[in-house]
Design a protein around this ligand. Structure first.
Ligand code: LAC
Ligand code: ZN
Length: 357
């Protein structure tokens, strides 16, 4: 029987362990009381558990600033398949003694051990100076604009993209007004911390600039409510992929062609996601939800551009057959060796992550 009885409060708020199974949003609230913030944040902050986000190495909206979940781990406690408990966070000082088991377990999707506690890095709160929402001609111009502003604003904390269809669906479903005077093929949302000069950014006239907390939240909702807006009208195919910065535009145009070729015309493609790290959520509507050939085609396309078939939601069961598209044979052989060494009987999450041998 596995329990989380060993979890405990560290008492030191610059690092935090927790007895419960908190949602990411609860961790944020708790850390904020002590003047800190947690580096991972995501639209599903009120339902996604910290443990779940460690299991998939979730990225979220602040990855460009703080890195993904793996980068937040100081250490963790886990029960291994043979019942042994490892606690990698017991060292109070930096460690350069052997393998980083915490990093290995992060993103292992429950296949190597059961994580029962985690000690997480917290960051000083960086007040959000402004949230900007800008219309763009597509994902490629969004990426160019992002790179230009990044050069001006060292404290850029988020850079998110949404196809117009995603933002317009949020407006239609929730009754919100359009955020800008005109409509555009795509939208770029930026969160800026630290000092910056608005005039130096040379923004288009038709830009939404929010400096007050409530207005900032309101702009974020155009991006964060896309998933639920889509879910309210369709049972979409959702594919979580990444592609390198330099090929975002090429990927986006070929994506339309691949979907047309695979699905034959009528489906709607909505892309949104974490532009700054090239993590895109491809949603395809009006397709038979049970036919996964379209999902595979999109993942293969991302891999062919040097990206990943899973960027922050993990491989799970559904994507095991795709692992080889973005990981080499040698890498998968090493993963199998680790799996069979730590879980020789294959008890932990069988069928997840690694393809059947
Ligand atoms: C998001 C979820 C889908 O970024 O990962 O909204
Ligand atoms: Zn995401």
């Amino acid at each position: 029987v596995l329990g989380d009885g060993r979890a405990r409060d560290a008492g030191d708020f610059s690092q935090l362990t927790w007895r419960q199974r908190p949602a990411v949003g609860q961790l944020h609230q708790h850390a904020a009381k002590a003047g800190f913030r947690y580096g991972v944040d995501l639209a599903s902050r009120d339902s996604a558990t910290v443990g779940g986000t460690i299991a998939t190495n979730a990225g979220g909206i602040h990855t460009i600033r703080y890195g993904p979940t793996r980068a937040q781990l100081i250490g963790l406690t886990a029960v291994l398949a043979d019942g042994q408990i490892i606690d990698t966070s017991s060292a109070a000082a930096p460690v350069s003694a052997g393998y980083d088991l915490a990093a290995l377990l992060a993103g292992s999707e429950g296949t190597l051990g059961v994580i029962t506690a985690a000690r997480l890095r917290l960051w000083p709160i960086e007040p959000v100076a402004a949230v900007l929402l800008l219309g763009v001609a597509g994902i490629e111009p969004a990426a160019e604009l992002y790179r230009r502003i990044r050069a001006e604003v060292p404290g850029l904390a988020a850079a998110e993209y949404a196809d117009a269809a995603g933002l317009e669906l949020v407006c239609r479903v929730s009754g919100r007004r359009r955020p800008l005077a005109a409509t555009y093929p795509g939208y770029l949302l930026l969160e800026l911390t630290g000092p910056f000069e608005l005039a130096a950014l040379d923004l288009p006239d038709d830009a939404a600039v929010a400096t007050e907390r409530a207005d900032q939240r309101a702009l974020w909702e155009y991006r964060e409510r896309i998933t639920e807006a889509i879910a309210s009208v369709s049972r979409p195919h959702k594919i979580d992929v990444s592609v390198p910065q330099g090929v975002l535009g090429a990927f986006r145009s070929e994506l339309d062609e691949v979907v047309r070729a695979t699905a034959g015309g009528t489906s709607e493609v909505i892309v949104f996601g974490h532009l700054g790290v090239g993590n895109l959520h491809v949603n395809i509507l009006d397709q038979n939800p049970d036919d996964v050939s379209i999902d595979a085609a999109v993942a293969r396309l991302a891999a062919s551009f040097g990206g990943s078939v899973a960027a922050e939601h993990g491989i799970g069961r559904a994507k095991t057959g795709w692992l080889g598209w973005s990981r080499s044979e040698a890498e998968i052989a090493a993963m199998r060796a680790i799996k069979s060494a730590l879980d020789p009987a294959g008890m932990l999450n069988p069928g997840v992550l690694l393809p059947a041998a």
